[in-house]
Design a protein around this ligand. Structure first.
Ligand code: SF4
Ligand code: SF4
Length: 284
């Protein structure tokens, strides 16, 4: 079963929920797909025992074969190629903007001269480790790198169908989140009871409905703010799976990198119940 944990905005407690859910279950594989800022390892403290470079294939042009026809520029949906045609006074040129390239391979496939080959460009690393019964994998995108979906896909390649896979998704509602949650059996949306929380929850729900992924809501700091998130969930038949109150001790544990269920063990049962709720909300 694949459970992703997402939120329409950062800072809602998404990683707290993902980590504590993982620590409350058996036979878990944890994939931290928040590759621009992975932080689940701070709480899980896995013993890392593997590391590999993450790359994407980018085009390289053989100028001896290229006729500067411009076909590669036409097919590139990401505007990663510019072609300067030959003239009487100047040699032609093909410019590849590697940071815009998504490594889709279309230009290589469609070049009529077979003038394009692919070379690997490093975009980050994947690190693998374990913590008791949890197998841990996370991706780290290189600083300044804009292309997180290919790295997220490479982290997700470690999905194991014999385990409960928990995906800590990036915040927001754009391409990285969609890449992370796609294919999940269920998505837990973590929010807070504030106008911002509600606004971003509505956007995240829109994404999940389009992807046809069943979902439920966890309300963090549930006793602060207003009742509009609750009302919205009630009006739209959205299950509220768990409420985590605002608690100074929880905030303190978080600031020390200590998972909630390790010190406040009553939450272990609450997270196990959350898992049961998730299972009962999955329509197979
Ligand atoms: S499609 Fe091939 S031949 Fe045409 S400009 Fe691009 S690399 Fe050159
Ligand atoms: S591999 Fe795809 S994204 Fe990259 S330059 Fe070629 S067509 Fe564009």
């Amino acid at each position: 079963m694949i459970i992703s944990v997402a939120s329409g905005k950062g800072g809602t407690g998404k990683t707290t929920v993902a980590v504590n859910l993982a620590l409350s279950l058996n036979n878990v594989r944890f994939l931290d797909c928040d590759v621009e800022e992975p932080n689940a390892h701070i709480f899980l403290k896995p013993r890392m025992n593997g590391k590999k470079s993450a790359t994407i294939p980018v085009p390289e042009v053989d100028e001896a074969k290229c006729t500067y026809c411009g076909k590669c520029r036409e097919v590139c949906a990401y505007h990663a190629i510019a072609v300067l045609p030959e003239s009487d006074s100047a040699k032609g040129n093909v410019l590849i903007f590697q940071h815009l390239c998504h490594g889709c391979g279309a230009c290589r496939l469609l070049c009529p001269q077979g003038a394009i080959k692919e070379v690997n460009r490093a975009i980050g690393v994947i690190e693998i480790g374990d913590k008791d019964a949890i197998q841990f994998i996370h991706g780290r995108l290189n600083v300044g790198e804009a292309m997180s979906p290919p790295l997220i896909r490479q982290v997700k390649a470690y999905t194991n169908n014999t385990k409960t896979v928990i995906i800590d998704a990036p915040p927001g509602t754009s391409c990285p989140v969609i890449t992370a949650v796609k294919g999940s059996d269920f998505c837990v949306l973590v929010t807070e009871p504030t106008p911002f929380g509600l606004n971003d929850l509505v956007s995240a729900i829109d994404v999940l409905k389009r992807l046809e992924i069943p979902f439920g809501v966890v309300i963090n700091r549930s006793d602060l703010g207003d009742g509009n998130v609750d009302q919205f969930c009630q009006d739209n038949n959205i299950p509220v799976l768990l409420r985590i109150p605002f608690d100074k001790e929880i905030a303190l544990l978080y600031s020390c990198g200590i998972p909630l269920v390790q010190k406040k063990t009553e939450y272990k049962e609450a997270f196990r119940m959350l898992f049961e709720e998730i299972k009962s909300n999955i329509v197979r």
